[in-house]
Design a protein around this ligand. Structure first.
Ligand SMILES: *Cc1c(COP(=O)(O)O)cnc(C)c1O
Length: 432
C-alpha cells in the first residue's frame, strides 16, 4: 500500500512560490482531527488530558493549535517552558518531565505552577532546596528488566529495556519519595512511566496502564497518599513504513478503560485522572519535509542529491530510521529505479533512503519525505554550517502560512557577535 502525501505537486508548487525548498510543512486539519480523536478515545476518564511533548514539534503556532484542541504541554527544559508560557500555557496546562534537571529549569517549572515529575529519588531534596514542594507532584517509575508485548502487528515486535534506561526510579524509591514529599506538604500524587518508544501496537498503553495501575494500588496502600494522576507518557508509534498499520487510538483508549475498571475502580481509586504525553502519535504523520532534487550521480550506485540534508531531518542518519518518499507528480509512475537519496553533509550516513525503489527522478523534481511532524525539524542542527529550514502550515482552508522562517547565515554566526571582526557577517549581512 502506497502512503499518500497530504500535498499534491501543485499545492507544493504554490508554497514554493513563497518559501523555497527545503521546508517542513504541517497539515493543520490532520493535527486537529487527530487531537480530537485522542480526546474522544479517553473521554471516559473525567480528568483526561494529552500533554503534547513539546520536544517533538516546538513551534508556537502548532502549540497554540493543540491548545485550542484542549491539549496541555509536556516540557523538559527551560526554553520549552518559556515557549509554552508565551503560548498561553500555565499551571496545570504544563507537565514538566525532565531529567538531570538544572536549577533554573526547576525554578521556572515551579514558578509556572507546572506538574513537576521527579526523575529520581534524589530530586525530592533538590526540588525542596531550589524551589519548594508543590501540592501536586509526580514521580517517574522504572520497573527495570525488559518490557515486551505478547502481541505484535505484522511481526513488528514491541520490546524495550527499561533496565538499561536512565529514567525513573524503583518502586521502593517511589514509596520513600512519596512519604517524604507528603511530609513536606504535597497533597496529590502522580505516577509517570515511559517504557517503550514508537510502539506499533494497540496493546502498549493498556499493558503499561495495567502495570502503573497495580503500582498505584500498592503505593497507595504502602504510603496512604492520594494518587490523583497516572501519566502514560509517550511512546505510541506511527506507521513510517507503508506495510505497517496505524494504531487505533479508540481501541487504545478502550484498552486503558478496561484496565481502569479492572484495577483502579475496585480499589476505590476511580477518581484517578489519566494523562498522556504523546508527541510522535499526535503530530508525526501530519508533517513532511519537502525538498528539491538538485543533483544526480552515477558511480557504483545511483544517487539523487537533495537540497535538504540530515541537518533538516536527522532520524535516518541517527537511527537508520525509515522515512517514506514520494516524488510529487510521479505518484503513479512505476517504481523502477533504485536510488540512494542523499543530502550534502560530509558524512556518509547523510542518506534519506538507501537502495529505495522510486520512479525515475529528474533534476528539479519535488521530493516529499513523509512523517516528519514529530522529532523532525526539532532535531535539526548546524553541522557543516548547514542552516535549519523553514516550517510552513497548510491551513485548514487550503492556504499556507510561514510559521518559522529558514535560518540565515546571520543566525548561524549570531553566537559570535562579541567578536568585532565578525561584524561583516552579522550587521551588514543582507539576508536576501
Ligand atoms: C520524548 C518524550 C515524550 C514523547 O514521546 P513520543 O515518542 O513522541 O510519543 C513524552 N514524554 C517524555 C518524558 C519524553 O521524553
Amino acid at each position: 500500500m502506497e502512503k499518500k502525501p497530504f500535498l499534491t505537486e501543485s499545492m507544493a508548487q504554490d508554497i514554493i512560490q513563497d518559501v523555497p525548498t527545503p521546508f517542513h510543512v504541517y497539515d493543520e486539519k490532520g493535527i486537529r482531527e487527530n487531537a480530537r480523536r485522542i480526546n474522544k478515545a479517553f473521554s471516559w476518564n473525567k480528568g483526561f488530558r494529552e500533554y503534547f511533548a513539546v520536544k517533538a514539534l516546538p513551534n508556537p503556532i502548532i502549540l497554540q493549535i493543540l491548545k485550542e484542541e484542549g491539549c496541555g504541554v509536556d516540557c523538559s527544559s527551560l526554553t520549552e517552558l518559556m515557549l509554552s508560557e508565551v503560548c498561553g500555557f500555565s499551571g496545570s496546562d504544563i507537565m514538566f518531565s525532565s531529567n538531570q534537571t538544572p536549577v533554573e529549569d526547576m525554578k521556572k517549572a515551579y514558578e509556572l505552577g507546572a506538574y513537576i515529575n521527579l526523575d529520581d529519588a534524589t530530586m525530592v531534596d533538590f526540588l525542596d532546596r531550589v524551589a519548594g514542594v508543590p501540592e501536586n507532584i509526580f514521580c517517574r517509575y522504572n520497573p527495570g528488566g525488559t518490557f515486551q508485548l505478547g502481541e505484535s502487528k505484522e511481526g513488528f515486535q514491541v520490546m524495550d529495556k527499561p533496565g538499561d534506561a536512565k529514567y525513573g526510579m524503583t518502586e521502593e524509591q517511589m514509596i520513600d519519595s512519596y512519604k517524604k514529599l507528603a511530609a513536606k506538604g504535597a497533597k496529590n500524587f502522580g505516577i509517570h512511566a515511559f517504557l517503550a518508544s514508537n510502539t506499533i501496537s494497540d496493546a502498549y498503553y493498556p499493558e503499561l496502564a495495567g502495570i502503573l495501575f497495580q503500582l498505584a494500588v500498592r503505593v497507595q496502600k504502602a504510603t496512604g497518599v492520594h494518587i490523583a494522576y497516572i501519566n502514560l507518557s509517550g511512546g505510541v508509534g506511527i506507521p513510517y513504513r507503508p506495510e505497517q498499520t496505524e494504531n487505533d487510538i479508540m481501541a487504545i483508549g478502550e484498552g486503558v478503560r478496561k484496565k481502569f475498571e479492572e484495577i483502579l475502580v475496585p480499589a476505590g481509586m476511580g477518581d484517578v485522572s489519566i494523562f498522556t504525553e504523546m508527541g510522535r502519535f499526535t503530530t508525526g504523520p501530519y508533517g513532511a519535509l519537502v525538498a528539491t532534487a538538485i543533483h544526480e550521480k552515477h558511480i557504483y550506485k545511483e544517487y539523487i542529491g537533495l537540497d535538504a540534508c540530515a541537518a533538516n531531518l536527522m532520524r535516518p542518519a541517527m537511527y537508520g530510521a525509515y522515512h517514506h518518499i514520494t516524488v510529487l507528480g510521479k505518484e503513479d509512475a512505476p517504481h523502477d529505479h533504485k536510488y540512494d537519496v542523499v543530502g550534502g553533509l560530509c558524512e556518509n550516513n547523510d542518506k534519506f533512503a538507501i537502495d529505495r525503489m522510486l520512479p525515475k527522478i529528474d533534476i528539479g523534481d519535488i521530493v516529499y519525505i513523509h512523517d516528519t511532524g514529530a522529532h523532525g525539524s526539532a532535531m535539526g542542527y548546524n553541522y557543516n554550517g548547514k542552516l535549519r529550514s523553514a516550517e510552513v502550515l497548510l491551513c485548514e482552508d487550503g492556504s499556507h502560512r510561514l510559521i518559522r522562517r529558514a535560518e540565515t547565515p546571520r543566525d548561524y554566526f549570531a553566537t559570535l557577535d562579541f567578536l568585532p571582526f565578525m561584524k561583516p557577517l552579522l550587521g551588514e549581512y543582507n539576508d536576501d
